[in-house]
Design a protein around this ligand. Structure first.
Ligand code: LUZ
Ligand code: MOS
Length: 758
């Protein structure tokens, strides 16, 4: 692997928050969670817990010096329960002790008097009762009501997709250390150091300058630390502030799974109308998002669902309505794809149903309706430099869809106990935070007098390789070997007022800011070189660690130039800010140009189903992906394969289950099945679409983090095909994940129960 962290990871030398050297006097905290999904918190008796061995303090809502509030989009989320509890696992009290074991042991001594109230787990039920996080939103294009008359074929149905646990390897962690002047230094495993700083300042009633947040790196996040790392940092900070001692709070796996939100389950109704020739004419959809107990990022996620309603297809008449439904589950949150996979699943369900009715393969309808340049999305943005058709054509050429489908048919003709299925999955993902103001970043670069380079940006390294891409950017501007560039931790004193590293935009936004900062230093250095060499600076450039004039070596090395600039008292540091140009969105009209660009691609997914057992293997995924001019193809390949497998898992084996009382049943890695090496496709073939330039990405690169997740949705439809090959005419409920159990029950003609809370 080319990532600089890989060697440290393999040797176990990488320092995550829990690996930092422990400061003297360190205390440990544990959270005391609500045992019920909904209730009035009459009283919380903590005296007995306080008396337990090793316990130093127990904090409740009353001990918060500032605001008991951590909601950033909508201020509806208390840090510690006050008056009511809304979900099983909601923090009610914080126990601080000399050891983590002592803090956890004392939890049993906390006594909560709770008057239980009825809990709602189902989003449709919440919707029917008017329990919405925010008013419903509707995106519309054309005239759907009039278009139904022109349709030759109309299909309608319901599609449900389940939650997903993030399973970042590093659980939620924070270490807070009291600093001078009553401030704090907080090490937090967060995708959003600024949000963590801001919320901690609210909670403690401090100015933001009194709270420094430092994020060395994360052991994975996937969206689970975009908003939900904040609470643990604020809790550790609360204890450190009150006790004047360092405090660490690290969730154990089971706590993490119980206390934190997941991908939003969606329950949706769709109606798709087509002409006999397969042209899509009208699409109507209603999304019920299971938001959980508080807003968190649900409204932004709902918005991205609406943006991705029609996936990579053109439909002239669309009406999409979306409800964010409040239920008594932990607040669901950002997860790779951020609402888009949920939308695409429904679209593909509609296509599968229409294909069945028309008696054609779904791929015929998919290909026919792919977006072309000049088409408009329901939100008003026009398709430019679209790659839906190019990626489909490239995949068709590379992988010969007809021959592939023929091989599957031939297999099925001679096998009774096993059946294969094949499905194709075109994808389209909009790049930019849909909340326009978040599309900004900053970078700080120092060239040291020995010519080595230190870089700070707002980007958080979470295993996705953003630091490696940033090194490439700085190394390319200065024309230095990668080893000369070091990327520092992400720290609010070096990069202020930053957006989370999210929305696949970390490398774009921070890379562009870094490009600007490094460019400033380069121009200053070239001016020094020009003066020293007596040549116009416009004729000079940096190449391979030296100054060149045209193709000739100017006889001045990078190191000599840097040393000279210092002696001439020229600044070797620069700070720059980048804001994506041109994007805007009007939430009154629900129209605008919210995305800098889109990422496209096409995948084929082949599965083999064991008809007797309901088990399956994923034989192959072959895809063509639009990566722009990749900054680091090996990093992008890692993201494509990782995202793909995560998407495959969401559709198949990863099932989040709750008891009727709202308690998470799948709260360990023995009951929650995560994709492993045996699950992964036997073959993953990836091609990058050749040479699509992208001026919005640094050096024409494109965002990579989330889009490949969407290829995974294809496996659901490959499995449907295999099931229908086994039982022609089989009617399947459109419920994911399509676990082996669900497959087996469906094949046997049973109705598999819908998971509670989906
Ligand atoms: N976070 C966010 C995201 O705040 N806004 C977004 O549009 C987004 N998209 C993807 C992932 N995280
Ligand atoms: Mo995200 S789902 O934190 O990009």
């Amino acid at each position: 692997m080319s990532r600089s962290d890989a060697v440290l990871h393999v040797r176990g030398e990488s320092r995550f928050v829990d690996d930092l050297p422990e400061p003297q006097g360190l205390l440990h905290a544990a959270v005391c969670p609500s045992p019920v999904a909904h209730g009035r918190l009459r009283a919380l008796h903590v005296e007995e817990a306080f008396a337990r061995p090793g316990v130093v303090a127990v904090f409740t809502a009353r001990d918060i010096p500032g605001e008991n509030q951590i909601g950033t989009v909508i201020r509806d989320e208390p840090l510690l329960a006050d008056g009511t509890v809304h979900f099983v696992g909601q923090p009610m009290a914080l126990i601080v002790a000399e050891s983590a074991a002592a803090a956890r042991a004392a939890r049993a001594a906390v006594r909560a008097e709770i008057e239980e109230l009825p809990a709602i787990l189902d989003p449709r039920e919440a919707c029917a009762r008017g329990e919405l996080i925010a008013p419903a939103r509707t995106f519309a294009l054309g005239d759907v009501d009039a278009a139904w008359q022109e349709c030759d074929v109309i299909v309608a149905g319901r599609a449900d997709s389940g939650g997903q646990e993030h399973v970042y390897l590093e659980t939620q962690s924070a270490l807070a250390i009291p600093a001078e002047h009553g401030g704090l230094r907080v090490f937090s495993a967060t995708q959003a150091p600024t949000a963590t700083q801001r919320v901690t300042a609210w909670v403690l009633g401090l100015p933001m300058h009194a709270v420094e947040v430092d994020t060395p790196r994360l052991g994975g996040a996937f969206g689970g630390k975009e908003d939900q790392a904040t609470a643990w940092a604020a809790l550790a900070a609360l204890a450190a502030y009150r006790l004047h001692r360092p405090v660490k709070l690290v969730l154990r796996r089971q706590e993490d799974m119980r206390f934190t939100g997941k991908r939003h389950p969606y329950s949706s109704d769709f109606k798709l109308g087509l002409r006999r020739d397969g042209t899509f004419l009208a699409y109507e959809v209603r999304f019920h998002q299971n938001a959980g107990a508080t807003a968190d990022l649900s409204t932004a996620i709902l918005e991205r669902t609406l943006f991705h309603t029609t996936n990579a297809y053109f439909i002239p008449n669309v009406r999409a309505t979306a409800f964010s439904c409040r239920t008594n589950l932990p607040p669901n949150t950002a997860f790779r794809g951020f609402g888009a996979p949920q939308a695409m699943f429904v679209m593909e369900c509609a296509i599968a149903k229409a294909a069945e009715k028309l008696g054609v393969e779904p791929r015929v309808l998919q290909e026919k309706n792919l977006l072309r340049d000049g088409d408009v999305f329901p939100y008003g943005q026009e398709v430019r430099h679209g790659k839906a058709r190019a990626s489909w054509a490239e995949a068709e050429k590379a992988y010969d869809f007809d021959a592939w489908a023929a091989r599957v048919r031939e297999f099925n003709a001679v096998h009774a106990r096993e059946k294969k299925g094949l499905a194709f999955m075109p994808i389209c993902f909009g790049i930019s935070f849909t909340t326009t103001f978040l599309n900004q970043a900053s970078a700080l670069v120092h060239v040291y007098t020995d010519g080595s380079v230190g870089v700070s940006t707002a980007a958080v390294e979470m295993g996705q390789g953003v630091n490696e891409k940033l090194r490439h950017v700085a190394a390319r501007v200065f024309s230095l070997p990668l080893e000369r560039v070091h990327v520092e931790s992400t720290n609010t004193t070096r990069a202020a007022n930053t957006s989370p590293t999210a929305a696949s935009s970390g490398a774009d936004l921070n890379g562009n800011a870094l490009l600007l900062a490094c460019g400033q230093v380069r121009e200053r250095l070239l001016a020094v070189a020009a003066e020293r060499l007596g040549i116009a600076s416009g004729e000079l450039r940096l190449a391979d660690g030296a100054v060149r004039c045209g193709d000739a070596d100017a006889g001045l090395t990078w190191e000599a130039l840097v040393a000279d600039a210092y002696l001439r008292r020229v600044s070797l540091s620069a700070q720059a800010h980048y804001a994506t140009p041109g994007i805007h969105f009007d939430r009154g009209k629900e129209k605008g140009e919210p995305f800098a660009y889109h990422v496209w691609g096409t995948a084929g997914v082949e599965v083999t189903l064991d008809v007797v057992r309901g088990t399956y293997v994923i034989d192959a995924v072959r895809l063509v992906h639009d990566a722009g001019q990749s900054l680091e193809p090996r990093v992008d390949l890692g993201q494509i394969e990782g995202g793909l497998v995560q998407g495959l898992g969401w559709m198949t084996v990863e099932e989040v289950l709750h008891s009727p009382e709202g308690r998470l049943l799948t709260d360990t890695l023995t009951t929650y099945k995560v994709p492993d090496l045996y699950f992964a496709p036997r073959v993953i073939e990836t091609r990058l679409l050749e040479d699509p330039a992208n001026p919005r990405g640094p050096f024409n690169s494109k965002a990579i983090g989330e889009p490949p997740f969407l290829y995974g949705v294809g496996v659901y439809f490959a499995l449907l095909e295999a099931m229908r090959a086994a039982r022609p005419g089989l009617v399947c409920e459109l419920v994911s994940p399509l676990t082996p159990e669900r497959v087996l029950m469906t094949l046997a003609g049973h109705r598999a129960p819908r998971p509670i809370g989906s």
